[in-house]
Design a protein around this ligand. Sequence first.
Ligand code: SF4
Length: 205
Amino acid sequence: MGLKIASFLTTSREVPGKWSLAVFLKGCNFKCRHCYNWRLVTGYEGAEVSEEEVINEVKNLPFLECVVISGGEPTVSPLKNLVDFVCSIKEVRPDIKIRIDTNGSNPEVLKELKSVVDGFAVDIKAPFEKPELYSYAVGTEVDVEKVKESVSLADGMPLTIYRTPKFPWLKEEDISLIKRFTRRLRSPWFLNEFFEVPDCPFNVP
Ligand code: SF4
């Protein structure tokens, strides 16, 4: 059985200036407040598409420059399935760049994927100095050292970026701590706008 792919779409917003195919996988080990893809996390999103459909799309759209594998959290999928999927895409389009979007909780998976992809988008949801705040943001106990390890593994790869939504519970000092940490990295960090997702079931008090 292959990856559980909920949907895919063509977009120029994921990798600025480049047309990408964003592929959304089901499942995630976090329960972030205001998760914009909570339906993928809870399994509410029923429909599935096959890997072949995605690969055909890549083959049929010559203007595509990147494939962004997102979710949900891609690294909770079986590693072999992920590697096989990435290799199948590269087989039909060796020139295409592949980025994996991750919450950073599984550095051991990133280590294995690093040789077959072109970068990662790693979310930094709170300052690493405040593990309790981090766990609050992601709705579960999190080992921030693992996220830090993922950040290091991804750093400097051609498509790697780091992202922090400007959550309302992050104070200026929290943003400053994240800024100070990311200043030492080679890949860019972006502080993104926060969008409320009122119907997300993870918005518990
Ligand atoms: S990491 Fe958080 S925001 Fe991303 S899919 Fe999982 S629960 Fe949603």
